[in-house]
Design a binder for this molecule. Structure first.
Ligand code: KIV
Ligand code: ZN
Length: 515
């Protein structure tokens, strides 16, 4: 069985998904969960791209020791040095340096000749190799590059010290047959290829990212780059869970495995979905809500007689539980803590206490507390509180079919002062948002609003996701509460708080090399 290294880029390429902006604490939580899942390499960000990215890559490198942490860098001295500063404390520092190699990218984007691109790539790898023991080099848009040129540049960067060669299908254009040919060509025509691991990185524009990744693995790739739930630039990247489970279930065919802790897949998917606000479609392979549902009578009958008639993956394999009722109103702190530990809680004593208070509050309103409820409360307590500038104290909404909806809100301001405001709207949510805008005293444009329930049942927790434009930037926000209106208010305030946080953070850190 060949071991395939999993290179997760949820926090870098995945975070490039439109509308996704994870904060420091959320990135750290995702990185810890990826470590629990057993990924070999975590691409934690692009340190030279912003001070926020620098700080989160550095924090992940200092905290997560079970996976190798890497950061993306252009072939620029400044990028490579900044990436080293961010990663030097990690257990196994690794850099991911790239340059485009396709004719269209070299001519129009880089405005460089192929020879200049080779020179640049070699210089970048040599510089990176002075500090990093592991240097990954990527040929951006490799799948649209000239194969003899690709072979020539790969030969040169391996000689310069690259230990991993990544050949991305940057625009999601290639087919499984073609990607197989590209990996075959490189393996046969680069004489020093045995000194490096080949890696595949695929985008899903034509819906072939996973198929292309598997074809590359069959043709020599020893590393696969992917994201949780397949999130990423445009149509996304190859989905980690689909690749890992395909290799596991079809070991007979691929004779390769990732070694991931597959039972952590569902939890990882839920965490990423919750924190990014990107919904997992019901019919998504492996992690969708319907992935294990047998609807037709014939299928149900078959499954009752023998599960394997229609079920090739067991829910248990990927950690899908039946969302059991786990705790109730009378459960004590001890049972609560134990359950939370089982769910992977690794927060502080203060966060534990906060989750317990939220649990008791929910248990007063909801009869059975399920694993999904606990997961939602736990996520809120560990990452939701990290950005409190404005805080909701009380909310009252007056609604009737024949009167004008009115909201009255008491809020704590960033100055510590408490204010009360009221406003009307054509509906309850609009009345709340008009009131909040008065408190914030600046225009906040709502560009997206989505609501979903945590579990089935009329007493479920509500989760609201919003995107707002505030203070010149677009920011997403999330709110969870037993009541949909309270969740709506919290999501809006969370989005505003995130904008303020980001701004303050950038103001504080003017030079990433001095952090
Ligand atoms: O898609 C791509 O080419 C990338 C590179 C930076 C590796 O994400
Ligand atoms: Zn990419």
């Amino acid at each position: 069985m060949r071991k395939i290294n999993v290179f997760d880029t949820t926090l870098r390429d995945g975070e490039q998904s439109a509308g996704v902006n994870l904060n420091f604490q959320e990135k750290l939580e995702i990185a810890k969960q990826l470590e629990r899942l057993g990924v070999d390499i975590i691409e934690a960000g692009f340190p030279a791209s912003s001070q926020g990215d620098f700080a989160s890559v550095q924090a992940i490198a200092r905290t997560v020791k079970g996976s190798s942490i890497t950061g993306l860098a252009r072939s620029l001295e400044r990028d490579i040095e900044t990436t080293w500063e961010a990663l030097k404390d990690s257990a196994e520092p690794r850099i991911h340096v790239f340059i485009a190699t396709s004719p269209i990218h070299m001519q129009y984007k880089l405005k460089m000749t192929p020879e200049q691109v080779i020179e640049n790539a070699v210089a970048a790898v040599k510089l990176a190799k002075k500090t990093f023991p592991q240097v990954q080099w990527s040929a951006e848009d490799a799948s649209r590059s000239d194969l003899p040129f690709l072979a020539k540049i790969i030969q040169a960067v391996i000689d310069a010290g690259a230990t991993v060669i990544n050949l991305p299908d940057t625009v999601g254009y290639t087919t499984p047959y073609e990607i197989g040919q590209m990996f075959g060509y490189v393996s046969e025509n680069v004489s020093n290829i045995d000194r490096a691991i080949l890696s595949t990185h695929n985008h899903d524009d034509l819906g072939m990212a996973v198929a292309n990744s598997l074809a590359a693995i069959q043709n020599g790739a020893g590393q696969v780059e992917c994201t949780v739930n397949g999130i990423g630039e445009r149509a996304g990247n190859a989905s980690l869970e689909e690749i890992a489970v395909a290799l596991n279930i079809r070991q007979d065919h691929y004779k390769a495995d990732t070694g991931l802790v597959l039972k952590e897949i569902k939890r990882t998917s839920s965490l990423v979905s919750k924190l990014t606000g990107m919904v997992v479609p019901n019919n998504k392979a492996v992690v969708g809500a319907n992935a294990f549902a047998h609807e037709s009578g014939i299928h149900q009958d078959g499954v009752l007689k023998n599960k394997e008639t229609y079920e090739i993956i067991t829910p248990e394999l990927v950690g899908v539980s039946s969302n059991r009722m786990v705790l109730g109103k009378h459960s004590g702190r001890h049972a609560f803590k134990e359950k939370l530990m089982e769910l992977g809680f690794n927060g502080t004593e203060e966060q534990l206490q906060k989750t317990f208070v939220a649990f008791k509050d929910l248990a007063d309103k909801k009869k059975d507390i399920t694993e999904d409820d606990l997961f939602a409360l736990m996520t809120e307590a560990t990452v939701g509180s990290s950005v409190a500038h404005y805080e909701l104290e009380t909310l009252q909404v007056n609604y009737g079919t024949t009167n004008i909806p009115t909201a009255t809100i008491t809020m704590k301001l960033p100055t510590g002062e408490t204010v009360q405001e009221a406003a009307t709207g054509s509906g309850s949510v609009e009345a709340i948002y008009n009131t909040l805008e008065r408190v914030i005293d600046e225009e906040v444009l709502l560009t997206n609003y989505r609501i979903q329930s945590t579990t089935a049942g009329r007493d479920s927790l509500a989760e609201v996701y919003v995107t707002v434009k505030y203070d010149g930037t677009e920011s997403s926000g999330r709110g969870t509460a037993h009541d949909v209106l309270e969740a709506s208010a919290k999501a809006y305030i969370n989005a505003v708080n995130r904008t303020i946080n980001r701004k303050q953070f950038n103001e504080q850190r003017t030079n990433p090399l001095n952090v």
